[in-house]
Design a protein around this ligand. Sequence first.
Ligand code: C5P
Length: 403
Amino acid sequence: MARVLANKRVVVGVTGGIAAYKTVELVRRLIQGGAIVDVVMTEAATAFVGSLTFQAITRRPVQVTTVGVWEGEQAGHVTLGAAADVMIIAPATADALAKLAHGLADDAVTLTALACPAPLIVAPAMDQYMYLHPATQENLERLRRRGVTVIGPHRGPLASGMVGEGRMAEPEELFGAVRAVLGRAGPLAGCRVVVTAGPTREAIDPVRFLSNHSSGKMGYALAEVARDRGAGTTLISGPTCLPAPFGVRFVAVESAAEMAAAVEEAISDADVLVMCAAVADFRPRQVSAEKIKKRTASLLLELEPTPDILASVARPGLLKVGFAAETERLLEHGHEKLVQKGIDLLVINDARRTMGAETARVTLLRRGREPEGLPDLPKEEVAERIWDAIQELLAERERVAQG
Ligand code: C5P
């Protein structure tokens, strides 16, 4: 579940391109995320994916013709568009883009788009010559000027066998785009936040490093939820297997020192810093310039502490959120950290069961308040709860500032 999607009406328009098979996955993700999804298709699209596929996933009628139902609340061809919170057309063919740019409406998709006052997202997909043609480029420019969000296309292998620009964006990116567009005017609009995520790698020699089991899932979920609530979000991440979230400024780093420098730069105008990264506490005192030989009889690594990023950043007005991945005496160690590092909110979890897992059971610790234990929840939901707590702290600050 993503709260920004819960009970939102998303209309997905499908036009005739081979990338339509990826739209099935997008629709599945949107439904899993909690949205109510209606699919409209052109006749041509049904040659690539049957309307029954979408009907089975959405459990709702799929509209393929321009003739709508006039009955009760159903006002024929304008019903879907009028009720939508957002519409996304994926894939959007060159022909569909041309029609949209000029307000034509002779199929179910462009008709619904014309009758839709909600924000529109298009995901162009076509052969590269069609994409690069001045007519298509002009149409896209016109749509952008009108406030339409254009995602992709990307470079890569095309159905024609060529490699070029024209591949539709992946479902994951489009899913992020729908969330971002829905959340634009959310409760954190105008707020700038920096989130760190993942492990760091501390080099031993050119091929070896010290690291930890952090998957980055919690930090990425935190960045996505911040974006969903309208925040200008920077995600500073150590090496993970996760794709950079859509609509987030992404900074890739490796070592604790690189992360410290990136945080320092990013927080210059930030309101909130969420240090979710599992930063290495120690690094080899000396990094060998050459690969250390296996023949060495025994190897002793001398380690030195890394700079504590969270403790050292002290910008007035910056709200600091820390994570404590403890394995013992969770609360006691948590309290110490809250004070030592000047943290506003500390999220304590049991490192042994959280790292790499899909769910987390955390306790929220704030100064002058009883600890708040949350149940075992998916990391996406934990991220929502953490932002609820941060928003509360921001609101408190606002009240104090206004006297
Ligand atoms: O003291 P400990 O490492 O357990 O504190 C964890 C918190 O401090 C996390 O929020 C982590 O991101 C942050 N941290 C840091 N710089 C370090 C080590 C940890 O900012 N060198």
